[in-house]
Design a protein. Structure first.
Length: 244
């Protein structure tokens, strides 16, 4: 028997729960947490994932997710190999803000490429800092899905290799990645020969106003492409782009 719990709960804040290993029961209905807007988790050092695959559809109302200082956390969203896109398409999330801080074992946001299983069309902000095992922020399929993204930052993530990653660069056709609403990008301390995107992808950020890059080995191409495709940014780069 499935039980519906907390159908009107809007916020969850968990802090310093060092014995917590799982957040969600499996034997509850999808109507549980149906009003949830904000989840904040900090210093819960035995958690390894935030949203397991059985939570499919539970967090459609969620707007803001903040996770910090959880030492064992390895992934945010678990995507199961058996999950498929049905005739109505994947699940449209309402997530607008993702903030991830000081997660030393976070390897990936998604356990596998969501590729339409979960959609993030409303995402506006993603800020990641001090996640030293994290290799990338987005797969190409997710990057093409976040058309409302306005702010992106990756700080002090020592093993990050790309912001946008693709499994097989040799199969990537010459194509554009476009972030039509992106206005702010900050990249700092990405020292693992990181690049913004695979070599055969170019990028358009027509509304970009502020670009801040420091201690990043391979981001010259991103800078050149962005400026060349944004005349306004090129004109005001000395005053609005902060090259730290």
């Amino acid at each position: 028997m499935q039980v519906c719990v907390f159908p009107k709960l809007e916020e969850i804040h968990l802090s310093k729960m060092n014995m917590l290993t799982y957040m969600w029961q499996t034997k509850v209905s999808v109507d549980c947490f149906s009003s949830l807007i904000s989840v904040s988790i900090e210093e819960c050092n035995k958690l390894e994932k935030i949203f397991p695959s059985h939570m499919e559809g539970w967090f459609e109302s969620l707007i803001k997710l903040k996770v910090s200082k959880c030492k064992s956390l390895k992934e945010i969203f678990e995507i199961n190999d058996s999950q498929e896109i049905d005739v109505l398409g994947g699940i449209d999330t309402n997530l607008q803000v993702i903030l991830l801080e000081e997660l030393p074992n976070l390897k990936q946001l998604w356990s596998k490429d969501p590729d339409g299983i979960l959609n993030f069309k409303k995402l506006r902000t993603i800020d990641v800092s001090s996640c030293n095992e994290l290799r990338n922020l987005f797969s190409v399929s997710v990057a093409k899905d976040v058309s409302k993204l306005e702010r992106m930052s990756a700080l002090n993530c020592k093993k990050m290799m790309e912001i946008v990653a693709c499994k097989d660069a040799s199969k990537v056709e010459d194509d554009w990645l476009e972030f039509p609403e992106l206005t702010f990008v900050r990249l700092y301390g990405l020292s693992n020969k990181s690049q913004f995107y695979k070599k055969r992808y170019r990028i358009k950020c027509p509304k970009l106003k502020e670009l801040s890059i420091d201690d990043c080995v391979n981001h010259e191409t991103f800078f050149q492409e962005t400026v060349s495709n944004n005349p306004f940014l090129s004109i005001v780069k000395k005053s609005l782009i902060k090259l730290l």
